[in-house]
Ligand binder design. Structure first.
Ligand code: BTN
Length: 277
């Protein structure tokens, strides 16, 4: 990734420090170590520190899965931000980042004149293009015993990747594979970070997702449709209708009796009745 180009595109003052690596284990681990060190030193100043790698040798996904992060073709980045949010507001950060990624991909596609891509969010934080996953987000919290802490937002975007391992080829794709053209990674990174930083500030101030509710729900896959809930690998027998998120980031689902339940992100996954999406 071109550092000069990135620095030019990222809005002044949004990032306190940019760390670019050829290879790391996981950018989330780098960001977490950074946060822990700051906490140990008692440093409480605001930071927005960005870690980006060309290749991750042990990229991490949600629920203990691996995240395939080949060299030079994707965006593998983690943002460490010092935030004043109560613990129950943390899942909201993940939803904010998902919306930023989805919106940035839509705007970039528009600018590039690409029409054949349908960008959606699969709650809570997968970005899906043409019904296959192109982006996953792993959010981690490093708490400061003296209050507050750091939220680490790890974003992986299959950008110009052409080939996927056999076990994920049916459900994973890249922006290149869906559009047939190369996407400039620096432009995407900068636009996501610029937008996400603004959204984080607003969320910290308002402590509510009200300001993105409509937009997030308009991009949500399966809204108003039948979904199944998988708790810790076990699929519930009952099916539900997805009614979109509330202002805490929980997904509202309605059962056959018209009762609405709040699903909190974590070990639960929600799928359309036909499979991954
Ligand atoms: C998922 O969908 O399971 C989440 C995947 C998150 C991958 C990103 S890539 C950058 C950052 N570093 C990691 O090790 N994981 C996240």
């Amino acid at each position: 990734m071109n550092e000069k180009k990135l620095e030019k595109l990222i809005t002044d003052g949004v990032i306190t420090d940019l760390h670019l690596y050829d290879e790391v284990g996981s950018t989330n681990d780098m960001a977490r170590e950074f946060a822990k060190n700051r906490i140990m030193k008692g440093d409480k100043s605001w930071v927005n520190e960005l870690f980006i790698a060309e290749l991750q040798s042990s990229g991490k996904g949600r629920m203990g899965r691996d995240w395939d992060s080949p060299a030079g073709t994707g965006i593998w980045m983690s943002l460490a931000t010092r935030l004043k949010l109560s613990g129950d507001r943390m899942p909201g950060v993940t939803l904010l980042s998902a919306l930023c990624v989805a919106r940035v991909i839509c705007s970039a596609a528009l600018q590039m004149g690409i029409q054949n891509i349908d960008v959606k969010i699969k709650w809570p934080n997968d970005i899906v293009v043409n019904k296959k996953k192109i982006c996953g987000i792993l959010t981690e919290l490093v708490s400061d015993p003296e209050g507050g802490g750091y939220v680490i937002t790890g974003i992986g975007i299959n950008t110009n990747t052409r080939y996927f391992p056999n076990d994920i080829v049916d459900k994973a794709t890249s922006l290149f594979n869906e559009s047939g053209v190369e996407w400039e990674r620096e432009g995407l990174v900068a636009a996501i970070i610029n937008m996400f930083s603004q959204y984080l500030k607003r969320y910290e101030m308002e402590q509510s997702l009200d300001f993105i509710l409509q937009d997030y729900n308009s991009m949500l896959i399966s809204l108003g449709e039948e979904v199944v809930i998988v708790d810790d690998g076990e699929r519930r027998e009952e099916t539900y209708i997805s009614r979109g998120i509330d202002n805490t980031g929980a997904l509202l689902v309605e059962d056959s009796l018209g009762e609405v339940q709040r699903i909190i992100s974590g070990e639960v996954s929600v799928r359309g009745i036909l499979g991954y999406v």
